[in-house]
Design a protein around this ligand. Structure first.
Ligand code: SF4
Length: 319
């Protein structure tokens, strides 16, 4: 059985040791699809009630939100402090529990290029100064990164491992409109290609089971994402959580979640089509608490992985 080429393997080959991503959640960051710049309410599946990063340090910064036009950042010191506290706590645990030796700081929540350039620069440079940090991974939207930030990140890649993660979700504009994504597929394509040209590594997030999509459409999205040159991929099934617009659609009977069988089918085909050089960072997603409305198979991560491995077995692969 051959192991699927994972992101962990990519990092191990490159750095010769166990490299872990440290997920960071900085308050003050939000999303243009939530703050009204692009739209209000966010993507229909996004649970953005709190409109703020959920960390221990967040309370003190409640109501503070940056955007690309912010001219000042009165809480930059507190944000830098949050970054240090979170990195120290998480990296310590990863060292103790998993033997992590090196780290990629992952700016994970909301839109992590959607703030004044000076704020971004200060946070990224602080993160790169931590011990054993080899690089950054920055989660963002393709409509929320400026040429200035991209050029700066392009410079950083000369000395560090720099990744940018874009939510692609679907290449169909009708689907993107239906989920209130706030940008079209051409925008994602443009910024993935620009990011590659700037020398960045790109991870694309794909969602299978979006409303109105059949298997062929999901596979077309995967095919085009590979063609745009992504270096790594995260595959997710769409699941419904409470307090979202999707939850309302679901309760009105207007949305049927993807079944596990359908998901496994599309996932296997997407993996078969994947260029060998594209590493896999995630093969499924879910949540095991009361907020999950459907589908129930997204509750148990271990069971999901077991079933994915069962489906991979005839292909001679394992995850
Ligand atoms: S882009 Fe991300 S943070 Fe913004 S609304 Fe969509 S899912 Fe939520």
């Amino acid at each position: 059985m051959q192991q699927i080429y994972t992101y962990g393997q990519y990092l191990k080959d490159k750095f010769g040791s166990k490299v872990y991503k440290v997920g960071i959640n900085i308050s003050g960051f939000t999303c243009p699809n939530i703050d009204g710049t692009v739209a209000k309410g966010g993507c229909t599946f996004c649970e953005n009630d709190s409109f703020s990063a959920s960390t221990n340090q967040v309370q003190t910064l409640k109501g503070f939100h940056l955007n690309l036009n912010s001219t000042t950042d009165p809480y930059l010191d507190k944000q830098l402090q949050q970054l240090s506290l979170q990195f120290d706590a998480i990296s310590k645990r990863q060292k103790q529990e998993y033997g992590a030796q090196k780290f990629i700081v992952y700016f994970q929540s909301f839109t992590n290029t959607y703030a004044p350039f000076e704020t971004l620069k200060a946070l990224y440079e602080k993160a790169l100064s931590f011990p054993d940090v080899v690089g950054l991974s920055i989660g963002t939207r393709s409509d929320s990164i400026t040429d200035e930030t991209l050029a700066y990140l392009g410079e950083l890649t000369k000395k560090h491992e720099i990744w940018i993660e874009f939510g692609i979700q679907s290449v169909y504009d009708a689907t993107l409109e239906r989920i209130n994504r706030g940008h079209d597929a051409a925008n994602v394509k443009e910024w993935i290609i620009k990011s590659k040209k700037a020398g960045l590594n790109v991870c694309g997030h794909l969602i299978f089971g979006l409303p109105g999509e059949d298997t062929q459409m999901m596979l077309e999205t995967a095919k085009q994402a590979y063609e745009w040159g992504i270096d790594s991929v995260k595959y997710h099934p769409l699941y419904v959580v409470k307090r979202t617009a999707l939850a309302n659609e679901f309760s009105r009977g207007e949305f049927t979640p993807i079944s596990e069988e359908e998901y496994l089918d599309v996932l296997m085909q997407a993996i078969k089509m994947k260029p060998d050089s594209v590493s896999v960072q995630r093969v499924t997603a879910g949540i095991n608490n009361d907020s999950l409305l459907a589908p129930d198979w997204c509750r148990d991560k271990n069971r999901q992985i077991k079933n994915i491995n069962k489906a991979l077995s005839p292909l001679g692969l394992k995850y």
